[in-house]
Every structure is written in C-alpha cells, then in structure tokens.
Design a protein around this ligand. Sequence first.
Ligand SMILES: O=P(O)(O)OC[C@H]1O[C@H](OP(=O)(O)OP(=O)(O)O)[C@H](O)[C@@H]1O
Ligand SMILES: Nc1ncnc2[nH]cnc12
Length: 170
Amino acid sequence: MNFKDYIRDIPDFPKPGIIFKDITPLLATPKVFKEVIDTMADKVKDSDFDTIIVPEARGFLFGSALAYKLGKKLVPVRKPGKLPYDIVEVSYSLEYGETRIQMHKDALSKGEKVLIVDDVLATGGTIKAIETLVKKLDAEVSGILCLIELSFLNPREKLSNIKVDSILIY
Ligand SMILES: O=P(O)(O)OC[C@H]1O[C@H](OP(=O)(O)OP(=O)(O)O)[C@H](O)[C@@H]1O
Ligand SMILES: Nc1ncnc2[nH]cnc12
C-alpha cells in the first residue's frame, strides 16, 4: 500500500507558493488510516516514553489513535484561549504565518518522557515550540514522530538533538 497515493497536493493553499499536503483522502479510507497508525506504532515500539503530546488540530487525529493503540498518556497542545486551566505558552512561526500554542501547566511531571506526534513536519517550528513547552515543565522530549516530513524545508536543522521518525518523506 502506498500511503502517498492518499495524500493530495493542493497548490497555493493557504498562500501562493505553498503546496498543502491534504490528508483527508487518507482519513477517509479506513484500511489506509489503520495501516498508517499501525506503521507509526511499529516505528516507536522500542522507544522509551510515557506520554504522547500532540498539537491542535491535525496532530490530535494521529496522536490520539496512537495513544489508544499503545496505551499511553495523551497531552493536547492547543491554540490560544482553548485550555480552561493555568497554562504555559510559546510563540512561533509557521510556513504560512505566526502563532502561539499553549499547554496546561500541570500536563507533565518533572522528568516525564514525551513523544511528540504530528501529521506534517514542515519548518519544524511547531515541534520546536512544543519542545520549549515540555522543557518549561522540566520534562524531556524522547522523540518525534510525524506522518509527513517536508525535507526541503530542512526541519531537522531546528531539531538536531532529538530523534525524528517520519513515515513519508517529500
Ligand atoms: O513544521 P511547521 O512549519 O511548524 O508546520 C507543521 C504544522 O502545521 C500544521 O498545523 P497548523 O498550525 O496549520 O494547524 P492545524 O493542524 O489546525 O491545521 C501541521 O498540522 C503541523 O502541526
Ligand atoms: N505544506 C503543508 N501542508 C500541510 N500542512 C502543513 N503544515 C505546514 N506546512 C504544511
């Protein structure tokens, strides 16, 4: 099964010059979505982590399925104004804009080992920002797992000290 057949390129979305990787065909094909989650689970089967941490919104789709499959704790990282309790926050830039993300201040314990899961690794800004949030709570990023890596944007340059696994590299 070629997962890339279920990812649609949308040119010039949301800005001219960006080729958007649309994962909705993959999500709409249960056999493929299941195999993607199974493949992601297999990639991290020997990794040492307690918790999966996921950015809103598309990260939730893959990270929650994976947390269910692996029986791991799940922590959401959200866009501003969504979390009800006390937060830690960081600002960062995306391939197509500037934003902030937030996490509950009691979401992680000191020394907790965390796997960051997302759909797309583009500039690496989102995952770098999550790393900053994890460090603010004295926890530790033990790895990064993404479905899609846009290697031409060189995200690994930002994440050089962390193990990165991607299922599909463009
Ligand atoms: O590596 P980066 O350059 O940081 O880009 C990757 C991030 O961009 C997308 O999220 P987006 O913020 O567009 O939000 P969404 O999931 O709500 O669509 C994607 O789901 C990743 O989280
Ligand atoms: N090119 C892209 N396609 C889909 N999601 C993205 N997130 C950041 N860049 C992206």
